[in-house]
Design a protein around this ligand. Structure first.
Ligand code: ZN
Length: 469
């Protein structure tokens, strides 16, 4: 083997049973609307045949949203702490280039790693948002036989590759430009001998191209991608080996950074699907910061659309804040609910009392909450506010303080109390009160000149007054 050719991984992308395809496609499109296929580009559409939901489901990409990927990780077979840490480290290697954070949990992770052999052995992962369709307690990724004795190069090649699948990246070698070069009979014989694969398995894992319409990927084929198998020259019609990837390469890094851009991590009010949510009474609406308008069809009732929120919250909330752990928090009176964004439902066991669970926040009625790009969250309560240190998990000493005098340039009607606040990805925060809003420059630490302005006419489709959150 030449130095350039890395042993192929023999990984399979796990697919859901066909009965789950439509549900999984709906999940993918809800989390990240750009996953939905452009129907006019479909081969089915060209033939004049109606496109079925199953066909559409097959062509739905499985990327998480542009807000990045924050997923919890648990292990199903209790590996030692040093091995857990080492695997997590390679998963988080993607985070050098894109907005991706995997965090270990001793509870039920969203990503669940097994190391089993046998019929379900080998190296595999489900693709992107499909991970959410896997029942609790079952693996979403398998790293057969990984121990602390496994070589560092194998950690690079395998853990980073399987994590790529979890991030939604398909196999690079399944592009038509690669597959068209393979001698099919030689490939079937080769993988039979090296992996014990049947002809059907090799056909599905190596010889079946991904439809271009489903392949949201970088424009050029990258035969050194971490997502590319190595294929020996002996099975290629042109005799030229496909080197495959030993690590995340520059094209992988560049593409990942466009799918999950790091800059979005500063837009602390924008959800992973690229949207912001506003609440008033028992209604809410979804706002598109890029189009700068409310999405069509909104507002909707909270009830029935925010799964698991208790009736008292569905009737209206006091405040909502998007946290940095894949959760949103809703506040109502002296209680709060933790909402899992990826699962699109309230976590079990909520509502809980604010007092005792939010260190320093108990006893304050929350009017508005906003996460700042400095690792702090601000909670507004009447004419006062509290600064919460997210890493420390508590309100900083010396708070609450009056809004007046500490938030430069806010007019008196706002320092008397605000109703809602959001941080955008333009370095600005927006505060709402009655029928007006103020734009606040985060870096300058003061309100921009010319505010307050009326909500109506400046926020197309937004509730014109009296937001709750
Ligand atoms: Zn793979």
């Amino acid at each position: 083997m030449s130095q350039d050719v890395h042993p192929h991984i023999g990984c399979t992308v796990k697919t859901l049973p066909e009965t789950h395809w439509i549900e999984a496609a709906d999940t993918a499109a809800r989390i990240n609307p750009v996953n939905a296929p452009a129907t006019h580009m479909l081969p089915f559409a060209r033939s004049g045949e109606p496109v079925t939901r199953s066909e559409l489901a097959l062509l739905t990409a499985k990327y998480w949203g542009s807000g990045g990927v924050q997923l919890s990780v648990s292990f199903l077979d209790n590996p030692p702490a040093d091995l857990r840490k080492r695997i997590l480290g390679h998963m988080n290697a993607w985070g050098k280039w894109c907005n991706v954070v995997f965090s270990s949990t001793t509870g039920q992770g969203q990503v669940r790693i097994a190391r089993q052999g046998g019929a379900d052995g080998g190296y595999w992962s489900y693709l992107g948002t499909d991970v959410l369709q896997i029942p609790a307690g079952e693996a979403t990724m398998n790293l057969e036989g990984f121990t602390m004795n496994t070589s560092e190069s194998t950690f690079h090649r395998v853990v980073r590759h399987e994590t790529g699948h979890t991030l939604g990246f398909p196999h690079e070698h399944l592009r038509e430009t690669v597959i068209n070069r393979i001698d099919k009979n030689k490939a079937i014989a080769y993988f039979q001998a090296s992996n014990g694969w049947s002809a059907a398995m090799t056909t599905s894992n190596v010889l079946t191209p991904i439809a271009d319409s489903a392949l949201m990927a970088s424009a050029a084929t990258d035969v050194r991608s971490i997502m590319c198998y190595s294929l020996p020259g002996a099975i290629m019609e042109d005799g030229v080996a496909v080197p495959g990837g030993a690590d995340i390469d520059s094209q992988d890094a560049k593409y990942a950074s466009t799918i999950y851009p790091k800059t979005y991590s500063h837009a602390t009010g924008i959800w992973p699907n690229g949207k912001a949510y506003f609440f008033k009474g028992d209604q809410y609406l979804r706002y598109d910061p890029v189009q700068d308008r409310t999405d069509a069809g909104f507002p909707h009732p909270i009830a029935g659309n925010w799964h698991g929120l208790p009736a008292s919250f569905a009737a209206g909330i006091d405040a909502a804040v998007l946290w940095n752990n894949g959760k949103a928090y809703f506040f109502k009176g002296d209680k709060y609910v933790r909402y899992d964004i990826a699962a699109n439902k309230s976590d079990a066991g909520f509502p809980k009392p604010i007092a005792g669970n939010w260190n320093g926040l108990g006893g304050h009625k929350i009017d508005a909450a906003v996460r700042w790009p400095n690792g702090k969250a601000y909670f507004f309560s009447g004419s006062k506010y509290l600064r919460h240190d997210m890493a420390a998990g508590k309100v900083d000493a010396g708070f609450p303080k009056p809004i007046a005098g500490n938030w430069n340039g806010l007019p008196p009607s706002f320092t008397a109390g605000i109703e809602a606040a959001v941080v955008w990805d333009n370095g600005k925060a927006y505060f709402f009160k009655d029928a007006a809003y103020v734009r606040y420059d985060i870096a300058a630490g003061k309100a921009d000149a010319g505010y307050p302005k009326p909500i109506a006419g400046n926020w197309p489709g937004l509730f014109p007054a009296d937001l709750n959150a």
